[in-house]
Design a protein around this ligand. Sequence first.
Ligand SMILES: Nc1ncnc2c1ncn2[C@@H]1O[C@H](COP(=O)(O)OP(=O)(O)OP(=O)(O)O)[C@@H](O)[C@H]1O
Ligand SMILES: [Mg+2]
Length: 177
Amino acid sequence: MLKLDNVYTAYGNIEALKGISLEVDQGEIAAIIGANGAGKSTMLNTISGVLHPKQGTIKFLGQRIDNLTAHAIVALGISQAPEGRRIFPQLTVMENLEMGAYARKVKGQGPAPAGFKRGSKVKSDLENMFHYFPVLKQRLKQPGGTMSGGEQQMLAIARALMAQPRLLLLDEPSLER
Ligand SMILES: Nc1ncnc2c1ncn2[C@@H]1O[C@H](COP(=O)(O)OP(=O)(O)OP(=O)(O)O)[C@@H](O)[C@H]1O
Ligand SMILES: [Mg+2]
């Protein structure tokens, strides 16, 4: 499903990834373990298109994605719950979840832009999120930034799932602060 081949990613002169190769199959859970600064977040951000490799290739379902923008990669079916959660603190819990479904809400006729899916099933997926994370249902109108650390992490994971990903990237999902 996902294949990284000899991926190098740098921040200016700082080489964070030096030739990473990795394969993940459909239905598989892969865990990346490494010291602080080892490059775990850099790798996930390179897969999701927040960063771009300076060398090497990344393929998702056989298609090269290392040259695509982050929003195009979301549309193909990869979503990320980033390190530190990065929820929208001023938006309510419900609005954060709706933002996760943003790319699915493309309306109108004809082909959807660049792989975006058209509408539908958002309501039943919301119900699923409330089933996984009951606390979210009790706090729909609460600003995301006022949720506790662990609650924000649940929100970040639920927001990522609301994009209906085929591949979910979780960066330090058990980190509370
Ligand atoms: N924006 C940046 N500019 C310069 N260097 C960076 C930047 N982001 C990360 N780095 C460096 O890249 C290396 C890899 O960092 P990364 O955040 O990927 O590590 P990590 O494995 O996720 O660590 P942690 O377990 O602490 O989250 C580190 O040496 C870090 O200092
Ligand atoms: Mg990290």
